[in-house]
Design a protein around this ligand. Structure first.
Ligand SMILES: [Zn+2]
Length: 91
């Protein structure tokens, strides 16, 4: 193989590589970028009271952490009742 042929081959290779890159970049422009999942506003999340099974907005609910879980209550009364029930269950 002569040096001239080698040069032509290198140029062809370079052109081919550039075309490939251009087509790849075109493809990426045509594809719609994935939309980020809509972030839930934590204030709009409804949580269920395990005692009276009422749905309460999370920011209004009373929280009780127990056994690594967080429970949400509509009122202190439900919270106390739940705590009593779980204590009775342990005994
Ligand atoms: Zn309740």
């Amino acid at each position: 193989m002569t040096p001239l042929r080698l040069l032509i081959l290198a140029i062809l290779f370079y052109i081919g590589w550039r075309m490939l890159r251009r087509s790849l970049s075109n493809n990426s422009q045509q594809s719609v970028p994935p939309e980020p999942p809509p972030e839930e506003d934590p204030q709009d999340v409804l949580v269920e009271d395990p005692v009276c099974h009422v749905l309460i907005p999370k920011h209004q609910a009373l929280r009780l952490r127990q056994d690594g879980k967080t429970y949400y209550f509509c009122s202190e009364r439900c919270c106390d009742q739940f705590a009593e029930q779980s204590q009775q269950g342990e005994q």
